[in-house]
Design a protein around this ligand. Structure first.
Ligand SMILES: Cc1cc2nc3c(=O)[nH]c(=O)nc-3n(C[C@H](O)[C@H](O)[C@H](O)COP(=O)(O)OP(=O)(O)OC[C@H]3O[C@@H](n4cnc5c(N)ncnc54)[C@H](O)[C@@H]3O)c2cc1C
Length: 458
């Protein structure tokens, strides 16, 4: 790149690249600096186990890549990125060969839920129908009256509750398991607020747009974004960790795709003490231990519908998943953890050689844990898919401590980059009219929070 850039962006995760795409399309000269050897941050795909087995290193299921306002504008399919959906969006196996099954249709899903059919339809039907009104408000900073107050009020009145409260009167283990499986993505006890909000949003997204994988791997998403940046004349440099803002070339704007903790160390004494203190009060959540498998065949779930699912929440009933999450919050490693599983090959056979499969799994662990949870994860899958262990050809493990070592944004292995408490949902990372703007002139955050790929960019 000749001369100084107009904008420097530190970090090439989906939110850093979204900023780079937006600014370079506006005609600015953009330089992206990435510390890791390859671009993509939490949106990468690698042969983690064996040659020909392509694993999503971090994110795997991408409802937000279809539904977020940024991606609606950017139009990934027009850039050759194909999303592949499984016949079942997600499922929760239960003992005895039963399962809770969520498909694109609210009606079809509710029809399997007996006594809870109406409650299910009433809770998830409206937000699924009004997703295009609700999601932009949730992803953007809260600083104006919502454009669709009725849709927001209807969602918000339940979202603010704990998941356990919302399902208090639900009777079927299947309906209760759907809520637990989705709400436990919050990485908080299911008795905490606002776990219902996370659960309602994720289930409603499954009905509104699905939980697809990117054909070929999540890296296709960030590769397409990087291509748009370079096509518009931007430059991307990898393998350069930035330790201080002082190292960066002069630019009108510096945008940081980093955690609040990293902002403190990059800015040093340039941060006003009040803002710095508020950043130090920012709370991070539990970590994850991720295990990727190369398999000689598909997972032999006892329940047939589970074999057709893109994602599975493996942990049993609402009570069992709630107990596992409560243990993590108490600083323990559950013997029977809540395990997230993505079997990308159901929708996208290109991930592994013919007849073989990749399996993406993780479970929650206390922040900073260096415990390898492989045995507990395998036992939970084997519980609902006897014979699973016999299919394992190879494994790749990342403890929570490893997650942070690979990407400093994941403080203590917290892949959501901060607890999703009510306070931190509303005022993230600190209470401020424009949370993207830091008090340092010309220095911005790419996203005030990082709940997914990707947040809103205006
Ligand atoms: C195991 C795991 C599973 C996940 N599953 C899903 C999922 O299924 N669906 C979903 O939507 N989301 C998922 N996520 C979350 C998703 O990956 C993140 O929300 C998303 O990547 C956030 O994007 P970002 O651009 O804000 O940050 P990141 O993707 O974290 O990117 C930040 C980038 O900045 C770089 N960087 C940081 N500090 C510096 C520095 N000082 N100098 C230079 N470079 C720096 C990092 O190396 C990284 O490349 C998952 C994450 C993990 C780890």
């Amino acid at each position: 790149m000749r001369g100084n850039p107009d904008a420097v962006i530190v970090g090439s995760g989906p939110n850093g690249l979204a900023a780079a795409v937006t600014l370079s399309a506006a005609g600015l000269k953009v330089l992206v600096i990435e510390g890791a050897p390859t671009i993509g941050g939490g949106c990468r795909t690698e042969e983690l186990t064996l040659p020909g087995f392509w694993h999503d290193v971090c994110s795997a299921a991408h409802p937000l890549a279809l539904a977020s306002p940024f991606f609606r504008r950017f139009d990934l399919p027009a850039r050759g990125v194909r999303f592949a959906s499984a016949p079942v969006e997600f499922a929760q196996p239960l003992d005895g060969g039963r399962a809770a099954v969520v498909t694109r249709s609210v009606e079809e899903t509710a029809a399997r839920l007996g006594a809870d059919r109406r409650a299910y339809r009433n809770l998830f039907g409206p937000p699924a129908r009004h997703m295009d009104q609700i999601l932009p408000e949730l992803l953007a900073p809260l600083r104006r009256i919502p454009a669709h107050p009725l849709a927001m009020a209807s969602y918000g009145s339940r979202a603010i509750l704990p998941a356990a409260t919302v399902v208090r009167n639900w009777r079927t283990p299947e309906a209760r398991a759907v809520m637990a499986g989705a709400a436990a993505h919050a990485m908080m006890p299911l008795t905490a607020v606002p776990t219902a909000g996370i659960g309602i949003m994720l289930v409603s997204l499954a009905h509104a747009v699905g939980w697809p994988v990117a054909a070929g791997g999540s890296a296709r998403i960030t590769d397409a974004m990087a291509e748009a940046v370079t096509e518009a004349g931007g430059a991307i440099e990898t393998g350069r960790w930035v330790r201080s803002l002082a190292e960066l070339p002069p630019a009108t704007a510096t945008l940081l795709d980093v955690s609040p903790k990293a902002l403190i160390s990059l800015a040093g004494d340039r941060l006003p003490s009040r803002y710095g203190a508020a950043l130090r009060r920012y709370r991070y959540g539990a970590g994850v231990c991720k295990v990727d498998f190369a398999l000689s065949g598909p997972v032999p779930w006892t329940n047939e519908d589970c074999r057709k699912a893109g994602t599975l929440h493996v942990g049993g009933t609402f009570e069992q998943m709630a107990a596992a999450e409560a243990e993590v919050a108490a600083g323990k490693h559950p013997e029977r953890p809540y395990v997230l599983v993505v079997q990308a090959g159901v929708a996208d056979p290109s991930r592994a050689p013919a007849g073989r499969h990749t399996l993406w799994t993780y479970c929650h662990v206390p922040a900073g844990s260096d415990v390898d949870m492989t045995a507990a994860i395998e036992a939970q899958i084997e519980r609902f898919a006897p014979g699973f262990r016999d299919l394992i050809l190879a494994r790749s493990v990342r403890t929570a401590a490893d997650e942070e070592a690979h990407n400093p944004n994941y403080v203590g292995g917290d892949i959501a980059v901060g607890m999703q408490t009510v306070r931190q949902t509303i005022a993230r990372p600190v209470a401020r009219w424009n949370p993207y703007r830091t008090p340092i002139r010309g220095v911005y955050l790419c996203t005030p929070g990082s709940g997914g790929v990707a947040d809103e960019h205006r």
